[in-house]
Design a protein around this ligand. Structure first.
Ligand code: UDP
Length: 409
């Protein structure tokens, strides 16, 4: 009986891997035989699976609900134009963490792309993060770097700064009301469907503010786009013969068939794992709309933000700019408009909403996870934290080294 199940399972796995363009791997183990089960094949799940296979040398089952590996970091080649794009929005790999950099370079090399973002407000293009160029062109002045502080202080004094530590208060204290209203207020309202006065300042801490002409988005020591896309990284991580990836398989549908002593590493939404017993966490999601335009270059950069609340999308991605080393078609370009939305039950959650109510809820779910034997919950959705890719990889390595290796080696 087990063997029959195993064969059926192998066929299923093989089909799944063909769909990702990978070599099929024949691992004839029934689903109930695995002692290591990973839920989700984004960076959290894929790194942990890779570590278990290569360091513990144990068979590991990866359950992936979608029809592709890589979670929200998945990349694909657009059929019409041949341009590689990031399925869930532009992902720039950047880190100053030596360990993460060394780890990821086992699976890819990176191109020399350096991220730069621009923003459009009232039909004009400005540099982002807000820097001296943004300030000077916004006000029509020509400040020098050593004049910026006193200029902004005067702007802040005129601004009637709201009390408290909301994102709005933080931003107005930092840049004064006019810059805040132009570049932060509308964009944030679209992105979070909440006014910055109700959001924590931590959401915007990740957006630098510069008083010189530095227009680089990140100051990480290492930065780039994987030379062959993100999906190729996940293929390489998961191609170990001890790793069995099962696509289009919902953990909740097969949970009862798993080995009762299996270690489950769960990287999905933590509230779903516990059947929303304390109530649902709130999430933001994104919707993407692709268009092929008859220009080699539509907007001159990979990401153009749209600051005004009246424009329904937050940004337009033009992925050809992510790979300057490639010879893409000169006749067309692919552009992708990004629309934020509140995540319903059927939507993919993208962003946790770190307001007080959600934070309190997630602490209760975390406590529940800690009390559950043979269960580890982590990742952007599992931890309900706004991780970047390098932070997720660091979290996965730490999880393996501190919670899996010592107990199961
Ligand atoms: N933000 C903004 N204006 C912009 C870009 C970002 O006000 O033009 C704020 C906004 O609140 C956003 C946060 O900064 O949620 C972080 O932006 P980032 O682009 O880092 O977010 P991500 O790329 O992760 O969506």
């Amino acid at each position: 009986n087990n063997c029959f199940l195993g064969v059926a399972f192998c066929l299923c796995t093989t089909t799944g891997l063909f769909a990702t363009g990978r070599r099929p791997i024949f691992v004839c183990m029934s689903i109930g035989a695995y002692r290591y089960v990973i839920v989700g094949s984004g960076f959290l799940g894929s790194v942990v699976a890779e570590r278990i296979a290569t360091q513990l040398r144990q068979p590991v089952l990866v359950l992936e609900k979608r029809n592709h590996i890589g979670g929200n970091c998945h990349s694909a080649v657009h059929a019409g134009t041949g341009i590689e794009y990031h399925t869930y929005g532009t992902h720039i790999f950047h880190t100053s963490n030596e360990k993460v950099w060394k780890y990821i370079n086992q699976f890819t090399t990176f191109n020399s792309y350096r991220h730069q973002v621009l923003t459009t407000w009232r039909g004009r293009v400005y540099q982002l993060p807000i820097n001296l160029e943004t300030i000077n062109s916004f006000y029509g002045i020509n400040l020098r770097p050593y004049e910026v502080d006193s200029f902004l202080q005067q702007e802040v004094q005129k601004s009637n700064v709201p009390p408290g530590d909301s994102m709005e208060a933080y931003a107005i204290r930092l840049m004064g009301r006019p810059l805040y209203e132009a570049f932060i207020e509308g964009y944030t309202q679209k992105q979070w469907q909440a006014h910055p006065s109700t959001l924590p300042a931590s959401l915007i801490n990740r957006l630098p503010f510069r008083k010189n002409y530095d227009e680089s988005y990140y100051h990480s020591r290492y930065q780039g786009i994987p030379l062959h896309g993100y999906t190729a990284i996940f293929e390489k991580m998961l191609q170990h013969p001890l790793i069995n990836v099962r696509l289009q398989t919902d953990f909740f549908a097969v949970r009862q068939q798993l080995h009762s002593d299996a270690l489950i590493v769960y990287s999905g939404p933590v509230d779903r794992l516990f059947d929303y017993c304390y109530g649902p966490l709130r999430w933001r999601t994104l919707r993407f709309e692709q268009e092929v335009v008859p220009y080699e270059d539509y907007q001159g950069t990979s990401v153009m933000n749209y600051a005004e609340a009246a424009i329904p999308y937050t940004r337009i991605h033009e992925p050809r700019h992510l790979h300057p080393e490639r010879n893409y078609t000169r006749q067309q370009s692919l552009i992708i408009r990004e629309y934020p939305a509140t995540a319903g039950a059927a939507d993919e959650p993208f962003y946790p909403i770190p307001d007080a109510a959600n934070q309190e809820l997630v602490l209760r779910y975390r406590a529940l996870a800690e009390q559950t034997p043979n269960l580890l919950v982590a990742g952007r959705l599992g931890d309900y934290r706004y991780y970047d890719m390098h932070e997720t990889i660091a979290r996965a390595l730490e999880l393996f080294e501190t919670r899996i290796l010592p107990q199961y080696a």
